[in-house]
Design a protein around this ligand. Structure first.
Ligand code: CP
Ligand code: NVA
Length: 306
């Protein structure tokens, strides 16, 4: 049985195959109504439960449409409405849900709750974002870049701002997919030491600088995310500390002329990115959001048809 918990755990060849499958499925259903089942649905009769401890628009809707297009069905569960929210254990919840559904996607506050759920689950578990990582998002981002550039090999990615959960999953992918990654993060907002150690131990081209201009210098792709992630309490401090890391047109001018901009959304114009950049011609953010759907379908198939 395969869980999709972190990109670290997924072999490079599987990640490449997942991206190819997502791209092929996207082409194969072109022109169909969005609610129509795929021409040759891969997961008929399969049920996916989604547990949300935090808000979501893209993850919720894209996983729901993904399992429907694959011929299956879904249940969206708000953790606060479950007995989980009243103290039922993660392990009991995992064992019970395993009797009802074929796979579980979880968006949780604590990463350990997702790994514990997987430990006790008899069905595949997918990480739909935790405080530590967001692997599904990065599959959609890489699909978007592969579509745009034709390859990931040799691309220079620049992450600017908070070295957060989304940044961590980019770091996890870097050793496997041939791109280099420079993170421009101030002190106090650098990625987790164990993620950076993973990258350097696996020979990835991952670098860290406190200078946003140096991070973006010559980049093919500039990536931003919110300065205040779900669960971050110190919003005012964060906004002040990270203000100099806003991706503006002036910062984009340090990147290659044909560089593109990514953001997983939701975005805060005027904080981590200017409106001119995110709404400008170099922004791929809505292709990126759409690609959550296609990437998720490939992830569901990888988990359920090992
Ligand atoms: N990018 C992303 O995960 O969006 P949601 O929080 O809306 O699911
Ligand atoms: N870093 C953000 C991503 C939201 C999709 C958060 O965790 O809130």
């Amino acid at each position: 049985m395969r869980h999709f918990l972190d990109l670290i755990d997924v072999p490079a060849a599987d990640l490449t195959a997942l991206l190819a499958d997502a791209a092929a499925m996207k082409v194969a259903r072109k022109g169909l109504p969005k609610g129509a089942v795929d021409p040759d649905p891969a997961l008929p009769g399969r049920a996916l439960a989604m547990i949300f401890e935090k808000s979501s628009t893209r993850t919720r809707v894209s996983f729901d449409m993904a399992i429907r297009q694959l011929g299956g069905s879904s249940l969206v569960l708000n953790a606060a409405d479950m007995q989980l929210g009243r103290g039922e254990s993660v392990s009991d919840t995992a064992q019970v849900l395993s009797r009802f559904v074929d796979a579980v996607m979880i968006r949780a506050n604590a990463h350990e709750d997702v790994t514990e759920f997987a430990e006790f689950s008899d069905v595949p578990v997918i990480n739909g974002l935790t405080d530590r990582s967001h692997p599904c998002q990065i599959m959609a981002d890489l699909l978007t870049l592969q579509e745009h550039f034709g390859t990931l090999d040799g691309l220079k990615l620049a992450w600017v701002g908070d070295g957060n959960n989304v940044a961590a999953s980019f770091i996890h992918a870097a050793p496997k997919l041939g791109f280099s990654l420079t993170l421009g993060c101030p002190g106090g907002y650098t990625p987790a030491e164990d993620d950076l150690a993973y990258a350097s131990n696996s020979g990835a081209r991952v670098e860290l600088t406190a200078d946003p201009r140096a991070a973006v210098d010559g980049a093919d792709v500039v990536i931003a995310d919110t300065f205040v992630s779900m669960g971050d309490a110190d919003a005012d401090t964060r906004l002040a500390d990270l203000a100099a890391y806003c991706v503006t047109e002036e910062l984009m001018a340090q990147a290659k002329r044909e560089a593109v901009f990514l953001h997983c959304l939701p975005a805060h114009r005027g904080e981590e990115v200017s409106a001119a950049v995110i709404d400008g011609a170099r922004s791929l953010v809505f292709d990126e959001a759409e690609n959550r759907l296609h990437a998720q379908k490939a992830i569901l198939k990888w988990c359920l048809l090992p």
